[in-house]
Design a protein around this ligand. Structure first.
Ligand code: NAD
Ligand code: LMR
Length: 328
């Protein structure tokens, strides 16, 4: 029996993500948690004739604990999104506390769950999650993931447009570092098909991947940030985690993980000087099976991008760790 939880299930990402999870035959029970509207969303989804039994929970009567209890996978898109003119870090003051609270519940009633953090700023919220789990004595770094898949999806799409590939999803393009602006580093020198980005298009393409989120925020004009493409990306990553947990091999996707705690991560932590970094992760039955060093053989331009990313990440990670130990 596989139990999946979406925390923030009534939101812009939460609803389409819950729909996609409802369609996955690997899931037997889908618990939807939010501070509003989950009874309605759950009842609506429950009429779809696929396997998963759908339940909805609100905070009253310890609904969070009931929703999370014995979950195998918890996906967290809870929290406020950006409006034009804001950075992801501007969301920290509200979302840090939301993520901390949700991870505390997970630590108590679902300590063995895979936890996928979508809530921004991911660079900091994953560090908060790790510290909370450590403090509760249940931190398994192989099971905590910052979801950066949308950056990879964007890179696939934008590169496909340039190189004339019909299906961007057939390309493998490592996007590493973090999930905000200049901490996002696409590694175009390692595109699976060997496709080359023309020199005159390189800088604009890097910029578009790094600031793709802003493109959506601007177009939505105050109504939020990416929701549908994020639901797709979050689902794609969750599906890989679930398939790997069932024993499927060879599933690799970059994710923002705690390097010192995962096989292959220690050397990358030493090289970068940061403990959290998005790297290609090979998934297995217990989560991260191993990570590969994406810095090997990168170009000079990519090295320069990584340097800038590391600076930003250091600040974001320290902020998260500090918050976890000194909540307001
Ligand atoms: P939204 O406002 O539409 O939905 C958020 C939901 O979270 C709401 O339904 C809200 O009620 C709920 N919520 C708030 N506090 C909660 C709590 N304590 N417990 C449970 N639920 C709670 O926002 P959205 O567009 O779905 O975005 C959600 C988050 O995802 C934002 O922080 C956004 O920046 C982030 N995001 C991340 C990525 C990524 O690539 N990682 C991509 C897009 C958006
Ligand atoms: C994204 O990349 O679309 C998300 O992180 C949302 C945002 O704030 O841009």
């Amino acid at each position: 029996m596989v139990k999946a939880v979406v925390a923030g299930a009534a939101g812009g990402i939460g609803q389409p993500l819950s729909l996609l999870l409802k369609l996955n035959p690997l899931i037997d029970e889908l618990a939807l948690y939010d501070v509003v509207n989950t009874p309605g969303v759950a009842t609506d989804l429950s009429h779809i004739s696929t396997t998963a039994k759908v339940t909805g929970y609100l905070p009253k009567d310890e609904g969070g604990k009931a929703a999370f209890k014995d979950a195998d996978i918890i996906v967290i898109p809870a929290g406020v999104p950006r409006k034009p003119g804001m950075t992801r870090d501007d969301l920290f003051n509200i979302n840090a506390g939301i993520v901390k609270g949700l991870i505390e519940i997970a630590a108590e009633v679902a300590p063995k769950a895979f936890i996928l953090v979508i809530s921004n700023p991911v660079n900091s919220t994953v560090a908060i999650a790790a510290e909370v789990l450590k403090a509760k004595g249940v931190f398994d770094p192989k099971k905590l993931f910052g979801v950066t898949t949308l950056d990879i999806v964007r890179a696939e799409t934008f590169v496909a447009e340039i190189v004339g590939e019909k299906k961007g999803e057939d390309l493998t393009i490592p996007v590493i570092g973090g999930h905000s602006g200049e901490t996002i580093v696409p590694i175009f020198s390692q595109i699976s098909s060997g496709a080359k980005i023309p020199d005159d298009k390189y800088d604009a393409l890097v910029n578009r991947v790094q600031f793709g989120g802003d493109e959506v925020v601007k177009a939505k004009d105050g109504a939020g940030s990416a929701t549908l493409s994020m639901a797709y990306a979050g689902y794609r990553f969750a599906e890989k985690v679930l398939k790997a947990a069932k024993g499927e091999k060879g599933l690799v996707e970059p994710s923002y993980v705690y390097l010192p705690g995962v096989p292959g991560g220690e050397a990358i932590a030493k090289e970068t000087g940061v403990d959290f970094f998005s790297v290609p992760v090979e998934l297995g039955v217990n989560g991260v099976e191993k990570v590969t060093n994406p810095l090997t053989g990168i170009s000079e331009k990519e090295k320069a991008l990584v340097e800038v990313a590391i600076k930003g990440l250091k600040t974001n990670i320290e902020k998260g760790v500090h918050f976890a130990h000194n909540p307001p």
